[in-house]
Design a protein around this ligand. Structure first.
Ligand code: ADP
Ligand code: MG
Length: 249
């Protein structure tokens, strides 16, 4: 169960923006899809959830733990939140091998300080994702699909309680995207922990079939299911229609 009330404002930025969301996720679905157009606040929500951005007010609760209480008392730092984060562009360290990238997330240590047990653990995570043989490769030497797996392995190495996937397919070309969507779905289905997935592709919403949170201009609301989202599509000003008109759909 995630209970989230966030307010974060960038009013002095070149393009002012406010995020103001309030919802609870959990219950019948293991996974959650955050869906909405670019710039609507999806990544910012994830960054707040992971502890990378501090909200101005609100609260964040994950399971029985309070990660942020809106005041100055509770703000659990990112490395103690037990949240795995797969970034939009994967953000693998380009100068580190896959093994070093993965080991870093479990330890927060640079390669020269990682002990052999930690290395073995990172190696076994790579094996689990079928890229053990690439442990000594650099991210630039990998294909798109291999990089996606490496980013997922890194997100899971620290044994998180929640997995965040920020547009896991945005770095892939359309053909690869279809295949890797299936693959990633299988990998996620095999996990015991819940996943929150960001997308602005209606096809992903269909495929992941979790609870659905619709984002629009810094606001979010729950949509019971994909059929309701399609129904919404007929209402004027719907952001899904806006996306299709822009050629994303
Ligand atoms: P998306 O839904 O595409 O993931 P984001 O959450 O990345 O959208 O961004 C939402 C808005 O927040 C954007 O307009 C972005 O410019 C703004 N934003 C995010 N981080 C900052 C920041 N550090 N300073 C100013 N504006 C920011
Ligand atoms: Mg984003």
């Amino acid at each position: 169960m995630i209970s989230l009330r966030l307010y974060k404002s960038f009013k002095n930025a070149a393009v002012p923006f406010s995020l103001d969301v309030d919802y609870e996720i959990g219950g019948e679905h293991k996974n959650v899809v955050l869906f909405g157009p670019s710039g609507s606040g999806k990544s910012l929500t994830m960054q707040c959830l992971a502890g990378l951005v501090r909200p101005d007010s609100g609260h964040i609760r994950l399971g029985g733990r309070t990660l942020y209480d809106g005041g100055s008392n509770v703000f659990v730092p990112a490395q103690r939140r037990k949240i795995g984060y797969m970034f939009q562009d994967y953000a693998l360290f380009p100068h580190l091998t896959l093994l070093q990238n993965v080991a870093y997330s479990g330890t927060g240590l640079w390669p020269w300080r990682v002990c052999s047990t930690q290395q073995q653990r990172a190696q076994s995570v790579l094996e689990r994702f079928g890229i053990g043989h690439l442990a000594r490769s650099l991210p630039s030497q990998l294909s798109g699909g291999q990089r996606q797996r490496a980013a997922l392995a890194r997100a899971l190495n620290a044994e998180p309680e929640l997995l965040l996937l920020d547009e896991p397919f945005s770095a892939l070309d359309p053909l690869l995207r279809e295949r890797l969507r299936e693959e990633l779905l299988e990998l996620i289905a095999g996990l015991t922990i819940p996943a929150v997935i960001i997308t602005h592709d209606p096809g992903d919403v269909d495929a992941f079939a979790g609870s659905l949170i619709l984002y629009d201009h810094g606001h979010a609301r729950m949509v019971p299911n994909y059929a309701d989202l399609r129904r919404d599509f007929d209402s004027p000003g719907c952001c899904l229609r806006h996306l299709q008109e822009q050629g994303h759909g």
